[in-house]
Design a protein around this ligand. Structure first.
Ligand SMILES: C[S@@+](CC[C@H](N)C(=O)[O-])C[C@H]1O[C@@H](n2cnc3c(N)ncnc32)[C@H](O)[C@@H]1O
Length: 219
């Protein structure tokens, strides 16, 4: 018996993906096009099991109002949009027209474009344009790591009681254990993780899903 999360070999990861997270043909196309068009950046995409998890929790929570910070070529947004309740809406924030032009094509192909609004610009500024009231059911944070604390401070007051914030890359490929003095992204993640731990407005759990995902339920 083990009291800790299993390390996944490639084979075990493939088995896991094959049992509940297999990308459908459109998702597989999106992943393949991202890799061929943006080979150096493709690693930013969420893992297939994360994509399936995002759809699952969105549906489980009956999400009507969702926000995503960090859209890239659209896999996580597509996954959230597919799980939205009827009439639900996802507002996406990203700084790149280039990356998100690919996302827009796949939202159209998947028939979810009418549920998604994309706002281009630095999210620390554009997020401030959201209504200043606690109405969000779900927020997914997956943009520049140095700004996680800012996104958190802008989003927590906008979450309804019981709403969920999911934050990607909180283990940052393990670098949270060995931050280099000049590695600002790692230092930002470490500071962010400590901040979440002491934020009484939420109850949070860190999951070893992909590169680490924190789930925080707003009280
Ligand atoms: C890790 S990727 C997001 C991956 C995406 N969730 C997916 O599943 O494909 C990070 C994204 O954050 C965006 N980004 C970086 N800095 C930003 C900023 N200051 N404001 C908004 N978006 C930013 C990048 O353009 C990139 O698309």
């Amino acid at each position: 018996m083990s009291l800790r999360t299993l390390s996944l070999t490639d084979e075990l990861h493939a088995y896991l993906v094959a049992h509940g997270s297999t990308p459908d043909p459109l998702t597989a196309d999106l992943m393949a096009e991202t890799l061929s068009a943006l080979p150096k950046a493709a690693g930013m995409q969420v893992a297939p099991e994360q994509a399936a998890f995002l759809t699952f929790i969105t549906r489980l929570l009956n999400v009507r109002n969702a926000v995503e910070v960090g859209t890239f070529t659209g896999l996580s947004s597509l996954s959230i949009a597919r799980g939205l309740a009827p009439g639900g809406k996802l507002v996406c924030f990203d700084i790149s027209d280039e990356y998100t032009s690919l996302a827009r094509r796949y939202w159209e192909r998947a028939g979810v474009a009418d549920r998604i609004e994309l706002r281009i610009g630095p999210a620390a500024q554009t997020l401030a344009g959201l209504p200043e009231e606690p109405y969000l059911d779900l927020a997914f944070i997956d943009a520049d790591k140095e700004s996680y604390a800012t996104y958190w401070s802008l989003l927590v007051p906008r979450m309804r009681s019981g709403g969920l914030i999911a934050v990607d890359n909180v283990l940052w490929h393990g670098r949270v254990l060995t931050p280099a003095a000049d590695d600002l992204a790692t230092q930002a993640i470490i500071a962010f993780n400590e901040m979440v731990l002491t934020d009484d407005r939420v109850e949070a759990v860190m999951l070893p899903l992909a590169d680490g995902v924190t789930l925080a339920r707003v009280r």
